[in-house]
Design a binder for this molecule. Sequence first.
Ligand SMILES: C/C(=C\CNc1ncnc2c1ncn2[C@@H]1O[C@H](COP(=O)(O)O)[C@@H](O)[C@H]1O)CO
Length: 254
Amino acid sequence: MKEPRNRRRGPVLMRRNQVQDSTTDQRLLDSRGPTDWVHTDPWRVMRIQSEFIEGFGALAELGPAIAVFGSARTPLDNPSYADAEALGAKLSAAGFAVITGGGPGAMEAANKGASESGGVSVGLGIELPFEAGLNQWVDMGINFRYFFARKTMFVKYSQGFVVLPGGLGTLDELFEALTLVQTRKVTSFPVVLIGTAYWGGLVQWLRDTVLAEGKMSPEDLDLITVTDDLDHAVDIMVAAREGRAPGVTPHRPE
Ligand SMILES: C/C(=C\CNc1ncnc2c1ncn2[C@@H]1O[C@H](COP(=O)(O)O)[C@@H](O)[C@H]1O)CO
């Protein structure tokens, strides 16, 4: 008797009319057919996964790093630009990689300071409708499509946050950091706001209204330092790295 046509797919055996004429590779490489699946959630989940894989892979061996946030609109001649640039240089000199959002303004300045002083200048860019791309001072850049994947990278790979004057994006990053620490979703890390005149009102409102009305704990406020002194900001980050900062445990116990 003639042996029936058969094909194995892993542990599965198929015979007679169950045998497909095409191979798996052939079907993969065939570009004909519907393409609407690229706009479905299961495919998006794969893209999201790939952003985490790329991010974790690229940043895993970065070493100690500080995230610097601040306005995308800070012009070159603004004192905040000079502060961001000097901060990038000082953090590099203290042995930290500098991670920014990779965009213009304060981000560009911090990357410039880090790069020009021979440090590690990282930009985690985000795809935006009006995006200008990664700034020219980013030496290691990753472009994200999803905000939440990008935010995970800031928190996972930074030992502290320094926040320069900024708008809604900067406030979002600041309050996300504080919320993650408050809810113990992340090991406590220092948050330094640069610019007493710019941030003073916000911190006073947090103290006089939010704290006074029992909507937050005093310890949550202890996380924040407001200063005009860049060296003080860097000292706080160094102290946290060495486990010397009050209320701040070293970020990576492992
Ligand atoms: C607004 C303009 C460009 C925007 N480009 C950005 N590129 C990368 N990251 C950005 C960008 N805009 C906001 N961010 C993130 O939010 C923070 C700054 O937001 P703010 O509202 O300006 O304070 C910053 O830390 C980034 O991570 C063209 O000028």
